[in-house]
Design a protein around this ligand. Structure first.
Ligand SMILES: [Zn+2]
Length: 212
């Protein structure tokens, strides 16, 4: 599955960046993930496209599905060691079935924004999502007892929303806070109530994969 290509209908308006305070914890984790090459850009990986993206809900946290606003790293920022507020976009609305995202900010949002929105719709306790690429966790997902989405379902499609919904119904993924994307090479998603919770789950899984 190709990284970096926006497959949804994006309605984007240029606007001011999110506040640095809003982004502080998320951006700190982004830096750690970049240092571990879980987010990055490498001519030898995924056709040279940037990979990995992160997001966090912003108020109102009781918003209904489809309107659970969040900040997310901008498209093709994977190669940058550190990000500033100018590298983040705000998602205002999203509709997985219509394959549509409405965003504003100083930069266009990640090509995987719709997937983040669809995950926020699955449970109101999910407030942060880290999507990284880890060959180690991905290859050992079953040994690590990490739920895996159907390899036949392409990432970033309306079908993926249904597949993620199935995973939430049929496995304990909500409790685990991590799953592997069967049809998206090395793709791992960790989530939690904070970036720190999601990041801790991810790093524990990485350590376990190294110990196998
Ligand atoms: Zn990816």
């Amino acid at each position: 599955m190709e990284e970096g290509v926006i497959k949804f209908d994006l309605q984007y308006t240029e606007a001011d960046p999110p506040s640095a305070r809003t982004l502080a914890e998320l951006n700190a984790w982004r830096r750690i993930l970049w240092q571990l090459a879980l987010i990055g850009q490498d001519p030898d990986r995924y056709g040279g496209y940037g990979f990995g993206n992160i997001s966090q809900r912003i108020p109102p946290l009781d918003a209904p599905a489809g309107k659970r606003q969040f900040v997310i790293s901008g498209t093709q920022t994977g190669g940058l060691e550190t990000l500033g507020a100018a590298h983040y976009s705000r998602i205002e609305r999203y509709d997985p079935q219509a394959n549509r995202v409405v965003a504003e900010g100083p930069v266009r949002p990640s090509s995987e924004s719709l997937t983040h929105g669809m995950l926020y719709d699955l449970d109101t306790n999910i407030h942060a999502i880290l999507h990284v690429h880890s060959p180690h966790i991905w290859q050992h997902a079953s040994a690590l007892d990490i739920p895996v989405t159907d390899a036949a379902v392409a990432y970033g499609t309306p079908e993926m929303a249904q597949e993620a919904g199935r995973l939430f119904r049929e496995t304990d993924v909500l409790h685990k806070g991590i799953f592997s994307m069967g049809g998206h090479e090395d793709g791992i998603v960790a989530f939690g109530t904070t970036p720190g919770e999601a990041g801790s789950i991810l790093l524990l899984a990485l350590a376990k994969s190294y110990s196998l």
